[in-house]
Design a protein around this ligand. Structure first.
Ligand code: PEP
Ligand code: MN
Length: 346
């Protein structure tokens, strides 16, 4: 069940609703954000009686029974799509948002050159890892805080917002000091301690699907973040592991419309980690636009053959420019579709 409170509901009203819910044997999860005051109610008890009891309490707008196990992120709770504002860039609205940049921040010249190039070709966010989750402990692990400082420099030079990965709970506040959006990588999708810390941090989160995770598990991970207080979550399909080895992962293109049906959160697609091969990336990007994804996360490197990670799947700057040009008519169609689907006031 979700209890939607009036935006002006007082703290005392929220607290007394929570206390009442507990009397029926349920656990309340209050979410107090800019545009929404809601209480998620989880557990078992006499649901009908609890619903009736709280509906008439002061400050309560409506109490709704929700069948999905992820009430806060479910579209049953919020039928209209949510837009997430990342330093002035709205994801999930009428703009197709491209996030681009290298897999890892490697040097000042590398990140600045890439940032200028992706900004000039339509990207709105710069990506780049300063903390890298590498399979081998002997591989490049990222520049850590000095990488974050370079991202900040690139933001000031280009005006791009910054999205970068956070690997562990202990780094959340450090990364949040520099980043506009914190990325949770596929390998950390079920790092519940990290998800809870991100729930408390309040910065927008880009949550990538685990390589062996179902969509239900992805949504439950998003629910961790939202139920701990942070409603600003964008989901990212980045390919899953299957028996197929011709690509790095199998791009689950159906994930986009299925997630859009199940959740009000924005959904973007990462064709780079799905494909693992730069030449496949533009085609997957086109497919992503066609299925109505809210944006893309793309790896771009000025010299992929010298990249310290994920060079094979990174687009060169000219290839990124070509991809963006090629996508233009598709994005135009996407916008026309959006205008029909998204009411003007949303
Ligand atoms: C990345 O974005 O560079 C990355 C490590 O992605 P994923 O977590 O999807 O493998
Ligand atoms: Mn990468």
């Amino acid at each position: 069940m979700i209890i939607s409170m009036y935006p002006h509901a007082s703290k005392a009203q929220v607290e007394s609703v929570c206390a009442r819910v507990q009397e029926f044997g349920y656990m309340p999860y209050p979410l107090i954000a800019e545009e929404c005051v809601a209480i998620g109610v989880i557990g078992s008890g006499d649901l009908r009686a609890c619903l009736e009891a709280v509906e008439s309490m002061p400050g309560v707008e409506i109490a709704i029974q929700i069948s999905a196990p992820y009430p806060f992120v479910s579209r049953e709770f919020r039928p209209q799509s949510t837009r997430i504002n990342v330093n002035g860039v709205a994801i999930g609205g009428s703009e197709f948002v491209v996030m681009a940049g290298p897999c890892a921040v490697e040097s000042e010249s590398q990140i600045l050159e890439t940032a200028e190039a992706v900004a000039a070709n339509g990207a709105r966010l710069l990506r780049g890892g300063a903390f890298k989750p590498r399979t081998s402990p002997y591989d490049f692990q990222g520049l850590a805080e000095s990488g974050l400082k370079l991202l900040d420099k690139a933001r000031r030079a280009t005006g791009l917002a910054i999205v970068t990965e956070v690997l562990g709970e202990c780094d959340v506040s450090l990364v949040a000091d520099y980043a506009d959006m914190l990325q949770v990588g596929a390998r950390n999708m079920q790092n519940f301690t990290l998800l809870k810390a991100l729930g408390r941090c309040g910065r927008p989160v880009l949550l990538k699907r685990g390589m062996g995770a179902t969509l239900r598990e992805l949504l439950l991970s998003a629910e961790y973040i939202v139920s701990h207080g942070n409603p600003y979550v964008v989901l990212c399909e980045r390919g899953i592991r299957t028996f197929e080895t011709a690509t790095r992962n199998t791009c689950d293109i159906a994930a986009v419309p299925v997630l859009h049906e199940l959740t009000h959160l924005p959904v973007i697609l990462d064709p780079s980690h799905a494909a693992g091969k730069a030449n496949v990336v533009p085609m997957l990007a086109r497919a992503a636009v066609a299925v109505g994804t809210d944006g893309l996360l793309v790896e771009v490197h000025p010299c992929p053959e010298r990249a310290l990670s994920d060079g094979a799947q990174s687009l060169t700057i000219p290839a990124f420019r070509r991809m963006m040009q090629d996508l233009t008519p598709y994005i135009q169609l996407w916008k026309e579709q959006r205008e029909i689907a998204v009411p003007v006031h949303a």
